[in-house]
Design a protein around this ligand. Sequence first.
Ligand code: KIV
Length: 272
Amino acid sequence: MSASKKEYKRVTVKSLVEMKSLGEKISMLTAYDYTMAKIVDGAGIDVILVGDSASNVMAGHETTLPITLDQMIYHASSVVRAIERALVVVDLPFGTYQSDPKEALRSAIRIMKESGGHAVKLEGGKEIKDSIKKILNAGIPVMGHLGLTPQSIYKFGTYTVRAKEEEEALRLIEDAKLLERLGCFALVLEKIPAALAKQVAESISIPVIGIGAGGGVDGQVLVLHDMLGMTQEFHPRFLRRYMNLHEEMTTAISQYVDDVKSSEFPNKNEQY
Ligand code: KIV
């Protein structure tokens, strides 16, 4: 287990707010399945995000749009079965909360009931405020997500840095304050200038967790398969690769293929 300032046996939404007030940075990674979640949780992560990036990473889609609520529930329930300590936040997928607050609540309730996740994450600000309110009123914790919101990729057109212009930056600050007022327990800021992210983190009391948003925020999130170097196609500046698992796995699997072909595997000790 890695060191943290205060020991949390179980991380809750309250722990995250406390971490911010104590100046302890929050660690968050994605996971979509039992085996990976068990490793991530055992390594001492604070928050596991069952992200709709599963659409890209697990299913090979180009965007996050195709993943369904049933598929998110499948991934989230696998993760929940693995964890002992981390807070599990589950993305509400595209199309399950934007059209009507009642549908948003129904989707969030399905996630909570059928997966056992601890909170949901929604992309957007003012335009989805009624959905956020409705979910919060039912006692379900909500994490916001502003900046680059991949569910709106066809509106943006590209995955470039958001809120570089003053008008969009001011809108983002307003949205962050609104999410805090509504009662969200935390906020993800994706791919925006570091100075703006720092300004947002300093102007609200809920934790701000960044991805491509610099070091002035209250925590960091990365996609697990990217930071382990399992994926190769994706090279944004913000991504630090802690391993080259793609290379290590390829070497191991090639060795296995050779061993099977040459009858080197199994040997005498590996049989009954
Ligand atoms: O789906 C996801 O993985 C995310 C993170 C990039 C924050 O939303």
